[in-house]
Ligand binder design. Sequence first.
Ligand code: HEM
Length: 151
Amino acid sequence: MRMSGGSRTLKILTLTYAGMIFLAIAWGGYVRAYGAGMGCGPDWPLCNGYLIPPDLFTDMRVFLEYFHRIIAFLTGWVALGATIYILARYRHDKPLLLALVAVDTLLLIQITIGMYVVATHLDPFLSATHLAVASATFAASVVLATLSMRR
Ligand code: HEM
């Protein structure tokens, strides 16, 4: 069965959204395992006081933490695109809207927790919360993508 143009865009957007969250989680695990959590210092959104730190490609810790943030930043743009698209075309679709609001809200909370994780020099409770909210965000994004498959 051929997908209509509109629903194809919806599928691509929501699958990309879930894929980006998955990538951020996998990359975040590497950040943690490598001990690179303070690679950008306690700064946010800057990294060690820079927009692009000079040792980005020479210090693995800086590289890992910096690109974890870049992935989150790009996820934010995908979130914005998906949100604008769904609000424009599917705002009367309650289940889809509910799933969208859940993913967007969890993503905002997740990025805010990330900011506090570095500001507190990797407080264990906040770091564990960052992992827990990451799982919830991914779960919600899978629900959103699954609902989109039926539109
Ligand atoms: C899409 C948004 C994000 C997701 C899904 C995400 C997910 C994760 C995950 C799953 C981990 C590994 C946790 C663990 O193994 O215990 C992690 C680690 C980390 N994340 Fe994020 N993250 C996001 C955004 C951010 C942002 C914006 C920041 C910083 C401002 C940040 C800072 C960190 C730090 C510092 C660690 C290492 C924590 C540690 O070593 O204890 N994250 N992230």
